[in-house]
Ligand binder design. Structure first.
Ligand SMILES: *Cc1c(COP(=O)(O)O)cnc(C)c1O
Length: 375
């Protein structure tokens, strides 16, 4: 919007600026956009919040840190309607559940799955049950699930315990599982890879991604492979997955019984999509690596303070990982780091781990304010 000076009356709106132009099409959501690539038919009722189409943002400061002419972009999936990439999977999982006549869905969640499941299930007129690890869900995510109308059950255990409960629940009771074991979740999530290729005109050389339950890395790989088979790209990226050092079963080579990290979205010790993720890593000649909480926090602060991008701590694992193994990035390559969730999900972490603080106790007087400003 152009701000008009108060002295001149605003000019009449130019009709061209308010008539929808035929070449600017509103984004219809990811199912409509990628319908030929998705397992939907005319009979599938589509429940969408117009998710997807998130920006692929160049990050010049991080590119410079990596050096060697490497171009780094972030796929900022925290800009989805409920603030994480889980919306991509949930529009598919909920639409298919509704098509199959489900009245209720259930998920175990570190937070973002519950927010997305609740929003889409309620929109589709279904009950949403979410099982969370008590005390380990970021504030914003819990707030969302409650207000969207989910039935939230906090268990005294971790995510892996919660997932075991819901898997059995879905076997014995009339509720549809919408964790990433639900194949429609990965089908929806693979569209993020399509969007990356659509913007770059090809696949990147590396895809750096945080790994928790390992659904998203599997979904991206599926998307890149599928798009290449349709001639949309002529290469495939190396899949570079990063786990938090305290919750790194892929590095240990076995499940971790008591995963610990402040990146609660990836605080998972026994990933459900273990084999799929290893398949993606091996087929792409990629790597799994661990990043410490300190490295995650450093990337979290760099993204915000140097690039203007606020993601949640788990998301910053992708950038922390890239910076950690940047000696192995080929010169002049293109790297995409996935930022899985929005920073506003977890305000506590931002306040606790920012090195910045509010200057308080100042009188509302020009001289006082100028003084603390250093003038
Ligand atoms: C769910 C989630 C992850 C982990 O994704 P997986 O598919 O479980 O590997 C990472 N970051 C955020 C913000 C998430 O919500």
């Amino acid at each position: 919007m152009i701000v008009q000076p108060l002295t001149s009356p605003p000019s009449a709106p130019n009709s061209k600026t308010i008539t929808p132009s035929s070449d600017v099409k509103p984004w219809p959501g990811l199912i409509e956009t990628y319908r030929p690539y998705l397992p939907v038919t005319e009979k599938t009722p589509v429940f969408t919040l117009l998710e997807g189409n998130t920006p692929l943002i160049p990050v010049p400061y991080i590119s410079q840190q990596v050096g060697k002419g490497v171009k780094v972009f972030v796929k900022y999936d925290g800009l989805n309607p409920t603030g994480s990439f889980k919306d991509r999977g949930m529009t598919m999982a909920i639409s298919k559940a509704k098509e199959e006549g489900a009245k209720a869905v259930i998920c175990a969640s570190t937070g973002n799955t519950s927010a997305a499941a609740a929003a889409y299930a309620r929109r589709a007129g279904m009950r949403a049950f979410v099982i969370i690890p008590d005390g380990y869900v970021a504030l914003g995510k819990l707030a969302q699930a409650l207000l969207y109308g989910a039935e939230v059950i906090a268990v005294e255990g971790n995510f892996d315990d919660a997932l075991t409960v819901v898997k059995n629940m879905a076997k014995d009771y009339p509720v549809t599982l919408v964790n990433s074991l639900n194949p429609y979740r990965l089908e929806g999530q693979k569209t993020a890879a399509f969007e990356v290729v659509d913007v770059l005109g090809n696949a990147p050389d590396w895809l750096c991604i945080p790994v928790g339950n390992a659904g998203n890395i599997s979904a991206y790989w599926m998307g890149f492979c599928q798009y290449r088979s349709f001639g949309k790209s002529d290469k495939l990226p190396k899949m570079m997955g990063f786990q938090a050092a305290g919750a790194a079963p892929f590095i240990a080579g076995k499940p971790v019984p008591n995963p610990e990290t402040l990146a609660t979205a990836i605080r998972i010790g026994n990933p459900a999509n273990w084999d799929k993720a290893w398949g993606a890593k091996d087929a792409s000649q990629g790597e799994f690596n661990a990043v410490t909480d300190e490295e995650i926090l450093e990337a979290y602060r760099i993204l915000a303070a140097h690039e203007g991008i606020f993601c949640e701590p788990a998301s910053a694992a992708s950038v922390a990982g890239l910076l950690k193994v940047s000696d192995r990035v080929p010169a002049n390559s293109t790297v995409v780091c996935v930022l899985t969730g929005n920073g506003l999900k977890d305000p506590d972490s931002a306040i606790k781990h920012s090195k910045n603080q509010v200057k308080s106790g100042i009188k509302p007087e020009l001289s006082q304010v100028a003084k603390v400003m250093g003038f």
